[in-house]
Design a protein around this ligand. Structure first.
Ligand code: URA
Length: 211
């Protein structure tokens, strides 16, 4: 199976993304924008979750009405720490979803990810998994996260980021051809420090105001 790579080009998302990219955008605004975009991302990424029909009573009649199928539950997994920003927005739309966290940091010299935290719900095998991390740069962190998460046997995995570098997309798709990838833009290239250009800088620092 080969990846579907979906670039979500909705005008509201693209406008908010531009505001996030601007160097002068404050931490408060950046955080709010990420939350708003993430809500819209959650909408896109859940397009294919199955429905079942149940009989309900409206004030005027009975009808067979669609509801989410109870056996297709979700788990959102945040790749710490910047994944938290997407997680917060998605949870507004998916308040019943369970949440997992994976903590990997990029060794600044080798850019290779090292795991420092891992926790997912016990029933992850009965859940569809959506992994979130704003920046798909080299792809190393995303690849390592998904590799680790696959070992927990969720029903399926999707990977959602905000921005991607072409190098990261290629690398990720080669490593995990079975995992659909969602992003709002694929930028030009990665610089020698592993930053996406033009990008938006360090998403974690901008989200938490740590720089
Ligand atoms: N991580 C970030 O936060 N920004 C980049 O440009 C690349 C990786």
């Amino acid at each position: 199976m080969t990846n579907q790579v979906t670039v979500i080009e909705h005008p509201l998302i693209q406008h908010k993304l531009t505001l996030m990219r601007k160097a002068e955008t404050s931490t408060k605004k950046f955080r709010n924008l990420l939350k708003e975009i993430s809500l819209l991302l959650a909408y896109e990424v859940t397009r294919d979750i199955p429905l079942k029909y149940e009989e309900i009573q409206t004030p005027l009649a009975t009808m067979n009405a669609p509801v989410l199928a109870p056996d297709k539950k979700l788990v959102l997994v945040s790749v710490m720490r910047a994944g938290q920003g997407i997680l917060d927005g998605m949870l507004e739309l998916l308040p019943s979803a369970r949440v997992g966290h994976i903590g990997l940091y990029r060794d600044p010299k080798t850019l290779i990810p090292v795991e420092y935290y891992f926790k997912v719900p016990h029933d992850v095998e009965q859940r569809e998994m959506i992994v979130v991390d704003p920046m798909l740069a080299t792809g190393n962190t995303a690849i390592a996260s998904v590799e680790r998460l696959k070992s927990t046997n969720p029903l399926s995995i999707k990977f959602v980021c905000l921005l991607a570098a072409p190098e990261g997309v290629k690398h990720f798709c080669e490593a995990h051809p079975d995992v659909p990838l969602y992003t709002t833009a694929i930028d030009e290239y990665l610089d020698e420090y592993g930053y996406i250009i033009p990008g938006m800088g360090d998403a974690g620092d901008r989200l938490f105001g740590t720089k």
